[in-house]
Design a protein around this ligand. Structure first.
Ligand SMILES: *Cc1c(COP(=O)(O)O)cnc(C)c1O
Length: 369
């Protein structure tokens, strides 16, 4: 067992036999991209599955972030979290917007609503929180702040596919939410993503922006970009949607095993399910308290790696530590103590559908002493 590499994730793939007829149909139609048949079908199917009114497909999960900011004409400063994948902040940079980092709540790893107001300046136009690991942000409190100061809210919901609170989709929060369908995510279209909005007018505007700004054969209404998803990946996405519930259930079973085995381990903590939330078990982060565990996070991480168990220090380093951003006033470590503390202690354990009992046991044997 120890010689077999256990990766941190493994993509959900449709069966090739099921995919072939779709490919044949695409070959017959000879319509490969630009809002084709499967693109439309997938948008419909995702609206239904995710319980959202409007969705626009993209070729990855970064372009919807960039286009959301363009659609809402966000400028100046945007309040965001340093505890995310770097694309969240890059999207601001690509729009010429100054990111303002706010510390996180260590219990959820999400932006701490208590710290947002102090970061608002006359230049602030929006808040861009992330539902880290698919754990819902405190959307009500964030919305109350946004309403009070007249700010927009764009959620980076790349981790939050299918997450619901009290039976309602988390993706309807704020002004817009973005998704990533990258191969490593719970639901994937190899590369892909989406932008979710609440009304038809906005959806139309997004569709212009992702297609160079074309509003008609000869009319350009914005300096748009090429963010379109193609027919092959749309068809693949339709097939994967049929098995995503199975994949989430399989992940839940892995989470149960992890929690059972780790709950008594001194110096290792993890996140519990939140009441009323349908989680997607996209990641299983553990947090190492070096003093109590008797080993640092990095020591454990490299010990696992030596035994071919590949965890991931996700998110480490913080976005605020990268050279592009570390010169910002808000990036100073004194401003972000909780984010630093979490980033220094986290390891995401391998987590994917079909991670078998032997593998889970092998992983746990390295952690439980
Ligand atoms: C994966 C991810 C993205 C980027 O999505 P891509 O599809 O890889 O472009 C953005 N934000 C977060 C939080 C992510 O995890």
């Amino acid at each position: 067992m120890e010689n077999k590499v256990i990766t941190v994730t493994s993509p959900l793939l449709p069966s090739l036999d099921d995919f072939m007829p779709y490919l044949q149909d695409i070959w017959n139609r000879k319509w490969l991209t630009n809002n084709g048949h499967y693109h439309q079908e997938l948008e419909k199917a995702l609206c239904e599955y995710l319980k959202v009114p409007y969705i626009s497909l993209f070729t990855n999960g970064t372009l919807p972030l960039i286009c959301a900011l363009q659609t809402l004409r966000i400028t100046g400063e945007v309040i965001t979290t340093p505890y995310s994948f770097v694309a969240t902040t890059h999207a601001l940079w690509w729009n010429g917007i100054k990111p303002v980092f706010v510390d996180i709540d260590p219990n959820t790893c999400n932006i701490d609503p208590d710290k947002i107001e102090a970061a608002i300046t006359p230049k602030t136009t929006a808040i861009m929180p992330v539902h880290v690991y698919g754990k819902p942000c405190d959307t009500e409190r964030i919305q109350a702040i946004a309403d009070k100061y007249g700010l927009k809210v764009i959620y980076d919901a790349a981790h939050a596919f299918g997450v619901e609170v009290d039976g309602k989709s988390i993706l309807n929060s704020g002004d817009m939410s973005t998704l990533s369908f990258h191969a490593t995510k719970v639901y994937n279209t190899i590369e892909g993503g989406a932008l979710i909005c609440h009304d038809e007018k906005t959806k139309k505007r997004i569709d212009y922006l992702k297609n160079f700004g074309f509003a008609g054969e000869t009319e350009i209404v914005a300096p748009g970009i090429n963010g379109k998803m193609d027919e092959i990946r749309s068809a693949y996405g339709l097939l994967n949607l049929k098995q995503v519930d199975m994949a989430i259930e399989s992940r839940r079973q892995v989470a149960i095993k992890y929690r059972e085995a780790l709950s008594g381990v001194e110096g290792i903590s993890f996140m519990d399910d939140m009441p009323g939330v349908r989680h997607n078990y996209s990641y299983f982060p553990i947090f190492v308290d070096a003093e109590r565990y008797g080993m640092t996070r990095d020591e454990l991480y490299f010990k696992m790696k030596e035994k071919n168990v590949l965890g991931r220090r996700y998110f480490y380093p913080l976005i605020s530590e990268f050279s592009t951003y570390r010169g910002l006033e808000s990036a100073r470590p004194e401003n972000l103590p909780m984010a630093h503390s979490i980033a220094d202690r986290v390891i995401c354990l391998p987590m994917y559908h079909g991670l078998d009992t032997d593998a889970v046991e092998c992983i746990l044997n390295l952690i439980v002493k």
